[in-house]
Design a protein around this ligand. Structure first.
Ligand code: ATR
Length: 327
């Protein structure tokens, strides 16, 4: 890239001048609040998608101290922002600041997307679970009571005059019961999966299951101790999800797994961490499992937020966001 055709946009990245957005009085504003926020990939992926699609929108990162969160939200409304994302540590603290919550935000006590309506009222949503399911789908994995991995289980096709026995629900093993697990467990349960939550502090897993069951009474959820319950549950899980932060520091972290437990070929193993290919994913991959990191979840949760704000097609937004982060 020649200097002539580039400009320093963020702290350390050169991007083509053609991608610089001319900001005018008509430009719509959105962003992300976090503390810290400087490592967020969201500004990069949102602005790339807006530019590629010719949308007159700009996405700005905001370092917001936890004690200034309410002020920051009021500021967004006063400044005419269309909405904002939130990341650690603000997702739970935003809940009481909203005028209305979507069912998943209410049930999980977490807001990652604020939509500011024209009258200044605030809708709080959580797009993380949607992002997770969309990324699974993008990898050919459909979650549902009546779908196999490819969504085409012929035994579930009903014909007139024939009643078909309800197929077994997808069995999913979720490791961890923190903030990230809430969205994932809710989304899986809502999609019809049977979810076993395994956690070091089993009381946290029980509380998570209760929280989701309150909103989704049909859900089949169970709580188990980590790591003792892993071997029994792993054998029968079509999908295993790590929602803990173990692996964020690579080999320096303990595995959220017991390496003695085998994976089956084509078993789907998902790790929400996307900064690094975690030792857990590498282990699963080496055993022939379908190993997926959380980058796609980041993309799809962002695409959903951007679609809510702009009204633009979510799949197109996701396409450009993914392109930006994977090129
Ligand atoms: P997040 O919001 O990113 O999910 P969190 O709320 O701190 O982060 O949750 C971290 C999860 O990782 C929890 O389920 C935690 O287990 P506890 O509920 O017992 O604290 C789990 N976790 C963290 N360190 C762990 C470790 N060394 N071994 C097993 N589980 C661990």
């Amino acid at each position: 890239m020649s200097t002539e055709h580039s400009v320093l946009m963020s702290s350390d990245r050169l991007v083509p001048r053609s991608r610089c957005h001319p900001i005018t009085g008509a430009t719509r504003l959105v962003g992300v609040m976090g503390w810290p926020v400087e490592h967020s990939l969201s500004p990069r992926m949102h602005n790339a998608a807006f530019a590629a699609l010719g949308l007159d929108w700009v996405y700005v990162p905001f370092p917001v101290r936890p004690e200034r969160l309410a002020d920051a939200v009021r500021g967004l409304v006063a400044l005419g922002f269309a909405g904002c994302n939130a990341t650690v540590p603000h997702k739970a603290a935003l809940v009481p600041l909203m005028d209305e919550l979507t069912p998943i935000a209410a049930a999980t006590g977490s807001v990652n997307t604020i939509v500011i309506r024209p009258d200044g009222s605030l809708l709080g949503d959580s797009t993380d679970g949607h992002g997770f399911l969309m990324d699974l789908r993008a990898h050919g994995v459909e979650i549902g009571p009546s779908a196999n991995q490819h969504g085409d289980d012929p035994s579930t096709i009903a014909s007139p005059g024939h009643s078909v026995a309800a197929p077994p629900r997808h069995r999913v093993l979720v490791i961890g019961a923190g903030g990230a697990a809430r969205a994932v467990v809710y989304a899986l349960a809502e999609a019809g999966a049977r979810v076993a939550v395994v956690n070091r502090t089993v009381a946290h897993a029980e509380a998570l299951c209760r929280m989701v069951a309150e909103a989704l009474p049909e859900a089949e959820l169970s709580a188990h101790p980590f790591p003792a319950a892993l071997p029994g549950l792993a054998a029968d899980a079509r999908l295993i999800v790590n929602t803990t932060s173990l692996g964020l520091h690579g080999d320096a972290d303990p595995l959220p797994w017991d390496p003695e437990i085998p994976f089956w070929p084509d078993q789907v193993v998902y790790d929400l961490i996307y900064h690094v290919r975690t030792p857990f994913l590498r282990l699963a991959e080496a055993a022939g499992a379908h190993a997926i990191d959380g980058l796609g979840m980041l993309v799809y949760q962002g695409a959903r937020s951007a679609a809510l704000w702009t009204g633009h097609n979510e799949a197109e937004l996701a396409h450009w966001m993914k392109k930006e982060l994977t090129q």
